[in-house]
Design a binder for this molecule. Sequence first.
Ligand code: MN
Length: 375
Amino acid sequence: MKILHTGDLHLDSPFSSEDISGVEKRREAQRKTLTRIMSLAKEEGCDLMLIAGDLFDSEYVSPTTEKLIKKLFAEAEFPIVISPGNHDPYIDGSFYKRTVFSDNVYIFSSPELQVFELDSLGVSVYGYAFLSASLKDSPLMDTPIPSDSSKYRLLCAHADLSSPISRYAPLTIGDIHRFEFDYSALGHIHNPTDELTNGAQNIRYCGFAEGRSFDERGDGHVLIIDLDEKGCSVTKKKVSCSTYTVESADVSDISTREELVALIHSITSRYEDTDETHVRLYLTGFASDELVDSITSLESECSLNNIYLSIVDETLPALSGTSLKEDISLRGEFYRALLPKLLSDEPSERRRAILALRLGLLAIDGKDLTRRSDE
Ligand SMILES: [Mn+2]
């Protein structure tokens, strides 16, 4: 049998770093990704879909999203099992509780282990629901293991395997092995690693399907599971509409705005043929004040149709290098005092120190600081 495993879509996320039109665009992309997922399940001939929590980002679900989900779920010719997570708990007034879904939709509603017996598929799907933003006990911990059955035994759960004291359903690998699930479809960790599941092929986090920020970089996927008596094989399928990516460039050899524009274009052009891409570009090295002043205006100028560019200025003042190090005046003393922080591994500390150096040098030179107040 074939299963599509997804979760952590966080539909209707706030996208608070975007402007109003940007927010609606990103939410639309999330809906498009869900539509792609449903089409993929059909194309792949999936018998079952498992949604391992955080389908929604919060209690708030927009009317557009509600309508789309009801339609997509009703059109699906396979059962859909949902286990509500910490972002979309099963509570009074929630979309899950107040909506009348088509008969193929099964939603867990208890923090204790429940089961949906899908006899026509020969499958028992175990799971549970978050009833609030946390679920402190492992729902598998004190629960008797189900007696033998000829059916496939699956788990669909929003759970945190990373810590036994997590507030987000702290299951352990041992818990899962004890139940001898043929496949465990997990949600909650958006960038999963193999260590979390001890590399087990049949215990998987789906990861994010559509990135929402620079913390979720690269393509988003769902998992397609082929399950038979011998075991399961898992394939990742790309479904995301847009991606987030991080680049950096040293500008030390650049002296004019035109050269900087050319450098930025050489980076963004790598993404010209991709879907919508959000590029965060860190500029490093040494830059003159004039070059630094031009950076803000470059963001929109260098953003192409499908590329949204944000530039983070991490450059050091061009004068600083060796000349400041050996400067015997207050300028040199100021630079040397800041140097440990300028070289800090902590990005926020480094950024603050760079800003302090720029402003400090301007102040020492008796220059006007107000034109830089936007920083
Ligand atoms: Mn999540």
